[in-house]
Design a protein. Structure first.
Lengths: 434, 298
């Protein structure tokens, strides 16, 4: 056996380093086409398993390229995409949330050829999908799914306080929550810095009172009578009805709190209900019945100016630095082919709603009436930055959690006037910036 | 024996010194000087993620100084560093004095004391996060069982309590570093000095104040210097425990820079926030190094 001496090591590493410095490029270890796809850890783990065990091997055969799937915590996608863009290397396909594609638009490959064909063949994309993925010049990412945000609630507990149906207005919800909290079963909602449940509550809540960060022309109008009313209402609503620990919750805390029976309702994807379906023996009511039988879903109540929804939206961006752009696009075409996408969609059991209209008619929606409200989540959802045009500014407001913080500050004791003034000032700075 | 030109050159002290220092200089340039210069450039540009940007002077600094969250983060960083340093020093010194005595199982105790410092910060902080969990906090459970509280304490949801909680975790993590370093310092003090002081009639406090403390001061200053730098630039602990929340109440320089630079993609503004730490840290370092030199030259 030949010995690997220090001299040989230095020669080899020296030559390698010289090569890297001369070509300004790190060595490419895999010469065959490999698509590195990064997405969040699905709240329905069975879907990630389906992708890994069944769908990706099929895709590899179909497109003739290797596909590597990496899953990370949803809050970690932004750091990953930033470092990948800045270093010019990393995953070829990135899952992004909401209007984040507008932040990374300069580094995106135009995928209009892929997205337009899918949208056209599948009954047309919903407005929310278009707003989040198109900047007027190119299509920044291919719409993937909408995670419907509905209120999961304990039917029997609401009935006990006199609500046989889920409250229709914020006033009714406040009243129900007050009675429930008095019984040790508060409502649960995060007002923390977390990508999903915080903005999907705070934005539609604001819109339902008539508040908006900008008007149709993009003028900042957050400092309004309507916004102020919403903040004033929230102060009492929070204290009377909510679990006040919610200020420090991330996207998982409300799931745990609901499943352990400490809260009576929370805005969430369908993951709580799906978990109780998966483990009926583990999650029981106080009457020792499976908790799944006592869970129902409802859109958020209506405010003086209507009923609104903001649902976590996901899309996939093909990165400009990628050396496998063609294979990446082929992969996205393959996975969005109805026969393939359907397998994944069905595995989600309604947790994800597809971004195009065709899927509303899918038979899966008839299987479980509890999941029915999620069917039209994509159709009714709005994009952050409503009522203005979709752009990077609204994405900045979203990622700085300004709207959520406006309510968080107020429930922590700041006067509603000050909280609105602070938030409007922050939004103004962003919209008036270069 | 005939020596080659290299050997002859290396015999000259300045040439040898240069070549011995060269690897360190290369490493410092690559990993400290270049990133620092790049950070300065970023802070003076309008670069965003994926867009290189161009020079805009001090506009980013003007923007961040007008930003209320930045001011909160700056104040938080100062309070966080000051309060935790005082506690870490006091508790660390106390622990070091205890550990400097002779008792059974001394080496075991010394090893265990280091545990909080050895465990990766993210892991131990995740455990603390569970202990402060709004719903399942073990502290709340314990206090409730002991009839101390009748409603949950909102450890990480209340701005002041959240700040106090992250400080407590920082102190827990930092005390072993102080204790072990100061213990090493204590062991260099000649016991004869204590004996001589005792013979002269000095009581315990006088022996500590007039013998131990002055001799321990140079070590203490170095330990405090390292600790202040690390605490001032702390990131992991706050990121894991609160993410800077609730409503930005616990942001430090590093976590806010991360949110702006990485979360929002405003790299230049994030770099400016990071760089804002530099003058304060420089002052601290210069003062402490000056003080150490003064003490040593006494």
């Amino acid at each position: 056996m030949s010995r690997f001496t220090r001299r040989k090591f230095l020669q080899a590493s020296g030559a390698g380093l010289a090569g890297i410095l001369a070509t300004h490029q790190a060595p490419s270890f895999a010469q065959q086409s490999t698509v590195h796809w990064i997405k969040w850890n699905d709240f329905v783990p069975a879907s990630d398993e389906l992708l890994r065990k069944q769908m990706l091997p099929e895709a590899m055969k179909a497109i003739g390229a290797k596909i590597t799937l990496e899953t990370v915590n949803g809050n970690d996608l932004q750091p990953r995409v930033t470092s990948a863009i800045q270093s010019g290397s990393g995953p070829d396909v990135f899952m992004l949330f909401n209007n984040h594609p507008h932040i990374y638009g300069a580094s995106a490959v135009d995928v209009s050829d892929v997205a337009e064909a899918i949208g056209k063949a599948q009954g047309g994309y919903y407005n929310v999908a278009k707003a989040n993925t198109q900047d007027g010049k190119k299509t920044l990412s291919v719409p993937w799914a909408v995670i419907g945000a509905m209120t999961s609630y304990r039917k029997s507990w609401f009935e006990e306080v006199g609500y046989n149906e889920f409250p229709k207005t914020w006033q009714e919800y406040h009243d129900a929550g007050k009675k429930l909290k008095a019984k040790g079963r508060p409502l649960g909602q995060t007002l923390g810095h977390t990508f999903g449940d915080a903005p999907t509550f705070s934005y539609p809540y604001l819109w339902s009172w008539g508040g908006k960060e900008v008007d149709e022309k993009g003028k900042v109008v957050l400092d309004s009578k309507e916004t102020l009313e919403s903040v004033k209402f929230m102060q009492a609503f929070w204290k009377d009805s909510f679990d006040e620990g919610g200020l420090a919750w991330d996207d998982t805390n409300n799931n745990r709190a609901f499943l352990s029976g400490t809260i009576s309702a929370t805005l969430n994807g369908a993951s709580i209900y799906i978990e109780t379906l998966r483990k009926p023996d583990q999650y029981k009511t106080e009457k020792d019945r499976p908790m799944k039988e006592d869970i129902r879903h409802s859109p958020l109540p209506r405010g003086p100016k209507g009923q609104f929804g903001f649902h976590l939206f996901q899309s996939h961006m093909v990165m400009q630095y990628s050396k496998n752009q063609k294979a990446a696009k082929e992969f996205l075409k393959w996975i969005h082919t109805p026969a393939n996408y359907e397998k994944w969609f069905v595995s989600q059991k309604g947790y994800s709603t597809p971004p195009a209209a065709m899927w509303e008619k899918h038979k899966m929606w008839d299987e479980d009436p509890v999941m029915a409200p999620f069917k039209i989540a994509g159709k009714l959802g709005l994009s952050p930055g409503y009522a203005g045009p979709p752009n990077r500014k609204s994405a900045e407001v979203l990622t700085k959690y300004i709207v959520t913080d406006m309510y968080a500050k107020a429930v922590q004791g700041m006067s509603p006037q000050e909280a609105v003034k602070w938030a409007a000032g922050e939004v103004q700075k962003i919209y008036s910036g270069a | 024996m005939q020596r080659g030109p290299i050997s002859r050159a290396l015999e000259r002290e300045d040439t040898l010194a240069f070549w011995l220092l060269a690897p360190t200089l290369v490493i410092l340039t690559l990993f400290i000087a270049y990133p620092f210069a790049r950070g300065v450039w970023l802070a003076l540009s309008n670069a965003t993620v994926g867009e290189p940007g161009h020079y805009i002077g001090l506009a980013n600094f003007e923007k961040i100084f007008a930003d209320s969250i930045f001011r909160t983060a700056a104040w938080n960083t100062i309070v966080y560093t000051a309060v935790t340093t005082v506690f870490k020093l006091a508790l660390g010194l106390w622990l070091a004095l205890l550990l400097n005595r002779h008792f059974r199982g001394k080496s075991w105790v010394r090893a265990f004391i280091l545990l909080p410092f050895i465990i990766p910060t993210v892991l131990s902080t995740l455990a603390w996060k569970w202990m402060f969990d709004p719903t399942f906090s073990v502290f709340n459970w314990l206090f409730w069982k002991l009839h101390i509280i009748d409603s949950r304490i909102n450890w990480l949801g209340d701005p002041d309590l959240a700040m106090a909680s992250i400080m407590a975790v920082n102190v827990w993590r930092g005390v072993p570093f102080y204790a072990i370093s100061l213990l090493a310092g204590l062991q260099t003090i000649n016991p004869d000095l204590h004996e001589a002081a005792a013979i002269d009639g000095a009581n315990r406090w006088n022996r500590f104040w007039h013998v131990t403390w002055p001799l321990l001061l140079p070590v203490t200053m170095v330990v405090v210097l390292f600790s202040v730098i690390q605490t001032f630039a702390d990131f992991q602990l706050v990121y894991v425990l609160t993410g800077g929340g609730p409503a930005n109440a616990t942001h430090l320089f590093a976590t806010y820079a991360y949110q702006i630079g990485i979360g929002t993609g405003l790299l230049s503004e994030g770099a400016a926030i990071s760089l804002a730490m530099f003058p304060a840290l420089l002052l601290v370092v210069v003062f402490q190094l000056w003080y150490i030199r003064k003490v040593e030259n006494r």
